[in-house]
Design a protein around this ligand. Sequence first.
Ligand code: HEM
Length: 435
Amino acid sequence: MRDLPFPPLPPADPQHGHLGQLRADRLGFLTETAHTYGDVVQIHFGEAVSYLVNRPDLIEKVLLHTNTHFIKGYSDDPILRTLLGNGLLNSEGSFWLRQRRLIQPTFHRNRIASYQQIMVDYTERALSEWRDGQRLELHGVLMQLTLEIVAKALFGEDLRDKSQGIGEALTAALKAFFDRDEEDDGELPEGFLKAVASLDAVVYELIERRRSQPTSQSDLISVLLGARDDEGQTMTDQQLRDEVMTLLLAGHETTANALSWAWLLISQHPAVWEGMHREAKALAQPLQAAELSQLSCCESVLKEAMRLYPPVWAFSRVAKEDLELGGFALPAGTGVLLSQWVTHRDPRYFPEPLAFRPERWQAEGSWPRHAYFPFGGGPRLCIGNNFAMLEGTLISARIAREWRLRWTGEEVTPLPAITLRPFPGVWVTLERVGA
Ligand code: HEM
């Protein structure tokens, strides 16, 4: 390690590193940096050093060795820590492993198939309010729908009258993340703390209700309430809150973003819509589990949309010890930044990377495995990936069956907060095409 070189360092401010460039344009700066300086590049967040890694085999190495050579290091982030606490996304080591084993059965293939009816029913209900010719902000609608689905599927709770409030609180919380000053160690903004308090109130109410009215069903809150550690202790209320909050938030915002970007692209590519419509129309109504394999066109559209607009656009790890990565020295404590936005748009893996081409998925497997990683990988792979793909495909198919969405032309830009949101929203006009 002593003789290994360090990766290239793009021109940086001695005190602030690359924070100025990142603040001006996070996505553009990272893309440009990888393009100009290569597959492993130093990025300085003030004094903290990270390596941006844009080579699939190295991305794979980092993901597969998370837990052994790397940690996530997320709980050092005051915003993530306050919002999600020590839930599954943030926790580390043996504690994480125990919680993951507890929660994993809820995401078993058979259980996910059993959520399909909930996904279809809630989608039917949401779409029954749509009117021909109506102007609609799609992202807000999808945020509510995906929240209602995850709450019902995982926790057995109907959150329909609360979903709008939760959406607003989450938007406020993510805005604080986007607006924050990375060099400011001071207090968290008041708007953020208020948003978290209102989300807390919803989550604690869910937990309290299940505690006072136990059900025979094996919903996730009951599973968490019944869990005992090696000493026979139950989970603290704080830990229950952290797990429920993590699943509720991680389990809907990302899927809503994926679908919003997908439908913005579909509305701009009429031939893609035609293919989805034909596929969805050929199916029985309502959609049945057995028919999902017949939705390959709708599925490819979702995958291609997540290539161009990955709902999680970047995430990081921290080296636990001195390591070598791609021939460079990676000292303990250095961060590693993996960016789906950058890698998914790399022309070496995806020819004409900016073109929206769902048909490229017919050649799936012709690019290196971790050139595409919307759900991460390795032991910390998204626990909800199959849930999200099923949900996203079903919702898309149901929309395409009956509706054509016309984009109003109002500009949409990707807002890279924790997730990649379409800002200020996706405005469309609804056109019914007959079921
Ligand atoms: C399109 C939708 C989704 C995308 C793009 C997505 C993306 C991701 C990514 C990239 C990670 C890994 C982060 C890292 O390694 O640092 C992750 C982890 C996670 N996701 Fe998802 N996710 C989606 C849907 C869901 C759903 C539906 C759920 C739950 C119902 C969920 C729950 C989680 C949890 C709990 C983790 C942490 C897992 C662990 O560390 O053990 N996600 N997700």
